[in-house]
Design a protein. Structure first.
Ligand SMILES: Nc1ncnc2c1ncn2[C@@H]1O[C@H](COP(=O)(O)OP(=O)(O)OP(=O)(O)O)[C@@H](O)[C@H]1O
Length: 639
């Protein structure tokens, strides 16, 4: 084996193989996208990312990874030739040849190590960037037009969207690369090693028939038959892997709910019921895990047997030619290696079948997710118009998802000096009317006129975001220092993790966890927040404004409702909707807070929903929904 010649040949080989592989890959991707379901799913999900018009780098990096993969195949071929040279020098007792082979190996091994490291970096960078893009794409679509909320109205709402965004995206990106490059490697290697085996293999005779280059045909037949059986045995793994993801996510979700509603459950002493539910969900996980184990035993058992038999196969076939001096020891060893490589390469499709099963399950889940997003866009949307600060509805008819009439042909105009109180029996559609005005309720006709921005909806149980009390007060506005604080937090966590990783042992539970522990985030916001806290009679919490903790658990419902009034004062919206926003307060407090709002926000158009008669004194007009499926309503001045 001559180094200069090897270099030149390798250069030519790489150039040819690169061009052919690119052409074949493009044709294959096109065919898969056109003729297979999963190819189409892949295309729909991510083709945009690779458009050079959008950004040339993803495709450029992919081409670089392809090149590095081909380099790996070429190196394998060179190592195979090297092994022939080395064994032949041993057989001939050629000491100079042997040492030359050692030097050659040092060069090849160095190139190999460098190639592996470069490939690792490029592949990792590629998957991380791809994941960032896909995550942003799905997250953006999920958040846009309140899809995360509206998908609940679909006939078939999707399960565990959080898992699809967080876990499935990562799995999809990683496996796409591993599988596609695996296929390229396997196919190109197959081609390269078939050529090697072709030159080394002699005729094969069986049953009086002589088959020239018999070994090449044998290995192909061997692997193809094995693959057909393996696919048959492995097929159920696709469904089992799909179910595995789903059952695990369902179990995790039930555990999260236990945490979220821990207090209510504890008051009910509902551990037994919850325990039964959790155990039931876990039982699904486990029975599916066993099904995967049994199926995998069959699948892997078959694969391992096929691979083991392949170890001695080439020796048995070539032994006769070696003993009759038709081939050298180097030839024999290279044949065995080439056969092994060819067998491995062709077997890639067989052994990677279970990975492919997981991959298809992931693709299915991600496509289900994007399909749900698209379907939720198809849901009807009420017409919402903006006419300055005007707040009104015209010919508004609201129905339940099942088609029952809630409100028929409603018309009203809310003025700043005439706050509106909506009352009516439970289930008559009071909250649904607010949902419709917010644009969240798909089942309504008519026109809604409201300001495009600066409208605030307060519900009975105010939402407190993860973060500090100040964040909760300003929600959903962003604080000036918020982004910086968040980044500082991530860097702090990373630094602590890395620092602890250098020393041992690491107690991961002791790492600062934002939003659970007692982290202080210094953020701006001026003194208005402090003032507002005093106004809503929560002055005792001024010192804790920047404390990050789970405020939703610490504050009583009444305090949370007072905090929401603080939010209202800070936001000073053009229109505000209060849905039983004082239900947990005593009447004195309710009175004080309503007076405060009227005093501080005289220009805000106010709409309240509530059952209490004491609310009437703060409102000039009253809308009464009659309920009982009639859709009837009455609008009157409060006497
Ligand atoms: N997502 C939904 N799917 C199906 N039906 C719903 C949905 N949301 C509300 N409804 C139904 O619409 C009707 C009106 O509900 P809504 O919450 O508006 O009543 P409400 O007048 O605010 O009642 P309450 O005084 O008890 O709060 C109810 O019959 C309710 O079951």
């Amino acid at each position: 084996m001559n180094l200069n010649k090897a270099l030149l040949d390798s250069g030519i080989w790489l150039a040819q193989a690169y061009l052919i592989t690119i052409a074949l890959s493009a044709a294959t991707i096109w065919s898969l996208a056109k003729f297979t379901i999963w190819g189409r799913q892949f295309w729909n999900l991510t083709a945009v990312y690779f458009l050079p018009r959008r950004d040339w780098r993803p495709l450029g990096t992919l081409l670089l990874i392809l090149f590095l993969t081909l380099c790996a195949v070429r190196l394998d071929v060179l190592l195979s030739e090297w092994s022939n040279t080395m064994y032949t020098s041993l057989q001939k007792q050629d000491s100079a040849g042997f040492w030359a082979a050692m030097v050659l190996f040092a060069i090849l091994a160095t190139v190999h190590v460098l190639r592996v490291l470069i490939e690792f970096y490029v592949q990792q960078a590629f998957t991380i960037r791809w994941r960032v893009w896909l995550n942003e794409d799905l997250l953006g679509r999920w958040l846009a037009r309140q899809t995360y909320y509206r998908t609940q109205y679909l006939d078939n709402p999707i399960d565990n969207p959080d898992q699809r965004i967080q876990q499935d995206v990562a799995t999809f990106v990683e496996m796409s690369l591993v599988l596609s490059m695996g296929v390229v490697n396997a196919l190109v290697s197959t081609f390269a090693f078939t050529l090697i085996l072709w030159t080394l293999s002699g005729p094969l005779s069986a049953l009086g028939i002589e088959l020239p280059r018999g070994m090449v045909f044998l290995v192909f037949a061997y692997v193809i038959i094995a693959t057909v059986f393996a696919v048959k045995i492995g097929r159920p793994l696709i469904m089992l892997n799909f179910l595995n993801e789903r059952f695990n996510a369902d179990y995790r979700y039930a555990l999260v709910r236990l945490r979220e509603y821990s207090e209510s459950i504890a008051f009910y002493a509902g551990e037994k019921v919850e325990g039964a539910l959790l155990r039931n969900r876990f039982a699904h996980v486990i029975s599916n895990a066993w099904a995967i184990v049994y199926r995998s035993i069959k699948f892997q058992g078959f694969n391992l047997s096929v691979s083991q038999a392949a170890v001695v196969f080439p020796f048995i076939i070539q032994a006769q030619r070696f003993f009759s001096n038709q081939i050298s020891l180097g030839d024999l060893m290279q044949t065995a290696q080439a056969f092994g490589r060819l067998q491995d390469n062709l077997s890639f499709f067989r052994t990677a079948y279970d990975s492919f099963a997981t991959y298809r399950a992931t693709l299915d889940r991600l496509n289900g997710f994007t399909r749900a997003i698209a379907e939720s866009r198809e849901l009807p949307e009420p017409v919402i118009r903006a006419q300055g600060p005007r707040l009104a509805v015209e010919q508004l008819t609201i129905r339940t998802p099942a088609g029952g009439l809630l409100i028929d042909n409603l018309a009203l105009d809310v003025l700043p000096d005439a706050p509106l109180l909506i009352q009516g029996p439970s289930g008559s559609g009071k909250t649904t009317l607010l949902r419709a005005i917010a644009g969240l309720w798909p089942y309504c006709d008519g026109t809604i006129i409201r300001p495009e921005e600066n409208v605030l909806f307060l519900s009975q149980k105010p939402y407190l975001p993860l973060g500090s009390l100040r964040d909760a007060l300003y929600y959903p506005q962003r604080l000036p220092g918020q982004v910086t604080a968040l980044h500082a937090d991530i860097h702090q966590q990373q630094k602590t993790s890395v620092d602890s990783a250098h020393g041992a042992p690491i107690n991961l539970d002791a790492l600062p966890v934002a939003h659970n522990g007692e982290l202080e985030t210094p953020v701006g916001g001026g003194g208005r927040a402090e003032e507002v806290l005093h106004l809503v009679q929560m002055g005792h919490l001024v010192g804790k404004l920047d404390q990050v903790t789970d405020w939703g658990r610490i504050l009583s419902l009444g305090e949370q409702q007072r905090l929401a009034f603080g939010r209202l004062l800070l936001a000073a919206p053009v229109a505000a909707f209060l849905d039983e926003a004082t239900s947990a307060m005593d009447e004195g407090l309710e009175d004080a807070l309503y007076r405060l709002v009227r005093e501080q926000l005289p220009h805000t158009r106010l709409v309240s929903v509530g059952h209490r008669s004491t609310l009437s004194r703060h409102h000039a007009r009253q809308l009464i929904l009659k309920g009982k499926g009639t859709g009837a309503w009455a609008l009157a001045n409060v006497s």
